[in-house]
Design a protein around this ligand. Structure first.
Ligand code: HEC
Length: 275
């Protein structure tokens, strides 16, 4: 025979007497009301008795044993409907695309960023991933590119010449003070980045590099650097592209020499997000 411990017996006895105290003679509140017959002189006291029962009821309902912990947890948890997950996940991208002006400019031509998006999808996404997450090529998302090239002109040169055009394997490129160390050619899976000086025009180079920086890497461009047609400028409204679509310095001189190297020094100390 299993003995029931004394304290459990006492608890169940207490509970039983508590229950019967709340509902006299074991009747439910619903059964108690009809017992008050009209004209029997009990009407006046019946509501009072019902109120007493009602007042006692919440105490029973509040017993933790009536709400299992998992139900309680489910009730307290903040609920996001399943359909909202993809919506929420892509919201920052949509906001950025909206602000970044991927829609056609007022003259109906695609903006520089929209042009860059199309070039990226066709010529870069295969190695760098459609969202710039990396693959054969280095990742570009989450600010990675901006760390390598705080100044856009360094990135323009790298993409124009490719790893082998920049120098032999192990040639450092980009910001020497890059977080985690300066990047060196052929140091990522040993794969070279192809040169694009044969397959892209300089105007297309600027477009795709802007797309990588501003959309994929999340660089917040100063809006005063974008002119009315959605083109990037150095600020004081001096353009990156001349009338022939060639890249130029702020002084209007060619940005690349005949070998495709920069004719001015990149400013690696430029505060990110201000240029
Ligand atoms: C065939 C694959 C391939 C294609 C296509 C490709 N890349 Fe790359 N990319 C690479 C590899 C590999 C590296 C790393 C190079 C190295 O370590 O020398 C790289 C590096 C880069 C970097 C330097 C990133 C850093 O932080 O060091 C930039 C910028 C870049 N690619 C831009 C582009 C652009 C723009 C395009 C399209 C116009 C493109 N890439 C197309 C393979 C590719």
């Amino acid at each position: 025979m299993t003995e029931v411990p004394e304290h459990l017996l006492k608890r169940s006895k207490d509970r039983r007497s508590a229950m019967s105290g709340e509902a006299p003679s074991g009747d439910s509140p619903a059964a108690a009301a009809p017992a008050a017959e009209p004209g029997s002189g009990v009407e006046a006291t019946a509501p009072a008795a019902a109120a007493k029962v009602a007042a006692a009821t919440p105490a029973v309902a509040a017993e933790p044993a009536f709400v299992p912990p998992y139900v309680e947890a489910a009730l307290k948890r903040k609920k996001i409907p399943v359909w909202a997950m993809p919506v929420l996940a892509f919201l920052p991208v949509w906001v950025f695309i909206y602000i970044g002006g991927l829609s056609p400019a007022s003259d109906g031509k695609p903006t520089q960023l929209a042009q860059g998006q199309a070039i990226f999808a066709a010529q870069c996404a295969g190695c760098h991933g459609s969202a710039g997450g990396g693959g054969v090529g280095r990742p570009m998302n989450e600010g990675n590119l901006i760390k390598t090239f705080p100044d856009i002109i360094g990135q323009l040169e790298f993409v124009w010449l490719g790893s082998n055009g920049v120098g032999p394997a192990g040639t450092p490129y980009g910001d020497p003070d890059r977080e985690g160390g300066q990047h060196k050619t052929l140091s990522y899976n040993g794969n070279p980045m192809p040169a694009f000086n044969k397959s892209l025009k300089q105007s297309e180079l600027l477009a795709v590099v802007r797309y990588e920086r501003e959309v994929l890497s999340g660089y917040k461009i100063d809006p005063t650097q974008i002119d009315a047609k959605g083109q990037l400028t150095y600020g004081n409204s001096s353009p990156y592209l001349d009338a022939e679509g060639q890249l130029v310095t702020p002084e209007g001189k060619p940005l690349f020499d005949s070998a495709g190297k920069l004719t001015i020094e990149p400013n690696w100390t430029m505060p990110v997000g201000s240029k």
